[in-house]
Design a binder for this molecule. Structure first.
Ligand code: FES
Length: 99
């Protein structure tokens, strides 16, 4: 059974955003992390030293593992930032700053 069915949720109209230029669908009220997970995407950052993949760890804004670039702003916590229509989400490499 779908989790939305389990909770008897009635989300609003889906909208789209992009992740690394791939269009994905999100629901009102979802965070960026939830939207990415719903699309089957589980990592969206690489570590500074070894380039290892990272995504959600704590899911509550504490660990900073889920950092992502949102509309050109690096270091946004995907587990806290609300998904918005037309947002451009990008994988964050290292610190998210060039150089
Ligand atoms: S998953 Fe820990 S801060 Fe987002």
């Amino acid at each position: 059974m779908n989790p939305l069915d389990l909770a008897r949720a009635r989300p609003g109209t889906p909208f789209t955003l992009t992740f690394d230029e791939r269009r994905i669908e999100a629901l009102p009220g979802q965070t960026v992390a939830a939207a990415l997970w719903s699309a089957g995407i589980t990592s969206w950052r690489t570590t500074r030293d070894e380039g290892r993949p990272r995504g959600v760890f704590c899911g509550i804004g504490v660990c900073f593992d889920c950092l992502v670039t949102v509309d050109g702003r690096p270091n946004q916590r995907a587990c806290l930032v609300p998904a918005e229509s037309g947002a451009e989400i990008r994988t964050q490499e290292g610190t998210g700053h060039d150089g």
